[in-house]
Design a protein around this ligand. Structure first.
Ligand code: ADP
Length: 274
């Protein structure tokens, strides 16, 4: 069901005319809701680790003359502190991304290099699960944008592919260019997702399975960061997935060569025609 929200203003122009201004406020209202939800979610996400830190500090105080207990509580404090740091760090990244309009196309970024670096960063985690990460067709591909942001986006997809794979699984990362765009695809043969979840995975804090992804240390912000980064670069991200068979996430970005030359004002990158 679709509701439209309008604001109506009426002004009398002389004796014979009335001016009626009807403004569609649906989008503004939706954004307000999104903002409210976001803050509610943040509070919820922070509550648990903050409560844990409090309890652990208390327990630590009481266990002062039992070194083994002190060790245990201190270790858990560290884990909770890391979790808090990760959540706040990702929230900050995300709010920066949302504050930004499309990025100015002033820096050339080699996507093939970004992908190779992201694979490298995930190597240790992959090895710990005996997962093979194979890169195909990493040819030279250049886009305009922010290298650090793009690196985080690609990193998040590869980290997820590993996190939601079983031991000994395979992850494939592909880079290809066509029709003025570069496509980066990350495929796994892991747990996959049901069709009705696919629309929601890019939402902030959304996790298909709370318990499972808490175990993987996830915050539910990774894919939201991917989506915003890619959109800020004039691209898009899609997902294909089937429960038990695995998932493929594909990022598409306009190639630098396909973007209009920049004028004085700094035009945003051209978006891709579907
Ligand atoms: P998280 O930090 O929990 O991984 P993300 O935003 O990265 O958060 O992902 C949101 C949710 O989407 C995850 O909790 C997980 O349920 C699902 N998901 C993401 N990537 C995959 C994947 N490759 N395979 C299966 N499920 C995935």
């Amino acid at each position: 069901e679709q509701t439209m929200l309008v604001s109506v203003r009426v002004a009398r122009l002389g004796a014979r005319f009335v001016l009626i201004v009807v403004e569609d406020r649906t989008e503004a209202h939706r954004l307000d809701e999104v903002r409210r939800d976001f803050i509610a979610n943040i509070s919820h996400e922070l509550k648990t680790p903050i409560a844990s830190v409090g309890l652990l500090a208390e327990a630590l105080g009481e266990a002062a003359d039992e070194p083994a207990q002190v060790q245990r509580f201190a270790g858990r404090l560290e884990v909770e502190a890391q979790r808090l740091a990760r959540i706040t760090g990702e929230i900050i990244e995300l709010s920066k991304l949302q504050a930004k309009d499309a990025l100015r196309p002033d820096t050339i970024v080699r996507i093939d290099e970004v992908v190779a670096a992201a694979v490298d960063q995930n190597r240790v985690v992959a090895q710990a699960k005996d997962i093979d990460v194979a890169v195909r067709g990493a040819k030279r591909a250049e886009v305009y944008g922010d290298r650090a942001l793009l690196a985080v986006a690609v990193h998040n997809l590869i980290a997820n592919a590993i996190a939601y794979s079983n031991e000994g699984g395979r992850v494939g990362v592909g880079v290809s260019t066509k029709k003025g765009a570069v496509e980066i695809s990350v495929t796994d043969q892991g747990v996959g997702m049901a069709a009705d979840e696919l629309d929601r995975v890019f939402e902030r804090f959304y996790r298909v399975d709370q318990a499972r992804s808490r175990n993987t240390g996830g915050t539910g912000l990774g894919l939201s960061i991917v989506k915003h980064t890619v959109q800020n670069h004039g691209g898009d991200v899609r997902v294909w997935s089937q429960p038990g068979r695995g998932s493929t996430f594909t990022i598409r970005l306009p190639l630098a060569a396909a973007v209009e030359p920049q004028d004085q004002e700094g035009q945003p990158p051209a978006s891709i025609d579907p």
